[in-house]
Structures are given as C-alpha cells and as structure tokens.
Design a protein. Structure first.
Length: 218
C-alpha cells in the first residue's frame, strides 16, 4: 500500500513538473513574441524618421534651388522661394523611396509668410504592425493593416523640419561699378557656386508664419 502511495505521489509530482515546464515554455514564447513586436515597432519608427528627414530636406531643396538662381543673377532672395506643388512631389518621392507615405507638408518662415524657407513634413511607414485581436484571428507577425485608418499606435509615424539658410551677402565692388553678390566672402558667379553657399539642414522648429504662396490671400 505504501509503495502504491509513493508511486502516486511520484506521478503527481511528475505531472506538476510537466505543467510547470509547459507553463514556463509558453511564458518564454510570449515574452519572445513581445520583444519581436517591440523590435518591429522600433524599426518602423526608425525607418519613418529616416524617410521624414529625407523628405523634408528634399522639399526644402526646392526653396534652395530658387534662392540659388536668384543669387546667381545678383538678386537677394527676399520672397517666394518655395513652390508647394514641387515641394510635395519631391517629398512624396523621397518618402516612398524610404518606405514611407507622405501624410502632410507645409512651409513657413520668419518673414511674414513671404519666404517659405522652412518645410515640415509628416510621414507614416508603408508597413504597419497591426494590433493583435483577442480571438487570435490576426497573426502576431501581420504587418498588413489593410486601410489608411489603422491604429496609429502600431504604425511608424515621424515628422521632420528642414530649413534653408541663406548666407549674408552684399554687393561687391568691381573697379568703380557694382559687381556681383559676395556671400560669406565668396563672389557668386554661377548657380553651382550659389548652391554651395546655401545650407539646407534639419531643425527643431517651424517659422513664425505659415507660408503664403503666390495667388493666396491668407
């Protein structure tokens, strides 16, 4: 009788150990999947930020190009540097090339909205880590959200602001006549030289005024 009780206790102990092992295994698997999903979400955010930076710099490049053309013609670029249609087109292209979709773009400046040398973009990742369903109908690795109205908490979203910085310039003196523009001590003689004199960089804040393109009254 005692031998039977011993075998029963051994059997119960073995089952308990088996249940414990299964429970630990499932817990480890759940933790592993959680870390994988967190890693995927972080990758989406990183990818989106790269795309946002590239899109903002590309869009601001439109203002830089127009400013360079003005400098090359010995004109100070005082107004209307940014073209919204061209800027959006460039931003969409660079966002797409970096695995993202352009959601919003706007230009601003500190010149009563007349310059447009600062451009802000918002993008979201072309991939989306969808939220898991309680009934487990969605696979944990599913990255197809299906519609643009997905939960933003599970999408890589990012914003970036790029600024076109025009150098200090003055008219040079050639003999007794006014020469071309001299920017930061360098005589501007062509568009390529003007481009090199103009800096395009990422920044943290927009301008005070929303840019007003030609033909708008607000």
């Amino acid at each position: 009788m005692s031998a039977l009780r011993h075998r029963l206790r051994a059997s119960d102990s073995g089952q308990a150990n088996l249940y414990l092992l299964v429970g630990l295994t499932l817990s480890l698997v759940a933790i592993m999947l959680l870390f994988i999903r967190l890693g995927n979400a972080n990758d989406l955010r990183t990818q989106s930020q790269t795309a946002a930076d590239a899109a903002a710099l590309a869009a601001a490049g439109v203002a830089r190009e127009h400013a360079a053309q003005e400098l090359a013609q010995s004109n100070m670029p005082y107004s209307r540097l940014y073209d919204p249609a061209e800027g959006r087109s460039r931003a969409e292209q660079y966002a797409q090339e970096n695995g993202a979709i352009l959601d919003d773009i706007r230009a601003s400046d500190d010149s009563q909205g007349n310059l447009g040398n600062i451009v802000r973009v918002e993008v979201r990742s072309a991939e989306c880590q969808a939220e898991l369903e309680q009934d487990r109908t969605r696979h944990w690795a599913d990255i197809d959200c299906g519609t643009p109205e997905h939960d933003e908490n599970h999408t890589g979203n990012a914003a970036a602001i790029a600024e076109v910085v025009i150098p200090e310039c003055e008219y040079g003196i050639s003999g007794l006549e006014l020469g071309g523009l001299v920017c930061d001590g360098v005589q501007i003689t062509d568009v390529n030289q003007a481009r090199r004199a103009i800096d395009v960089r990422l920044t943290n804040s927009e301008g005070q005024y929303i840019y007003k393109p030609i033909g708008t009254s607000v």
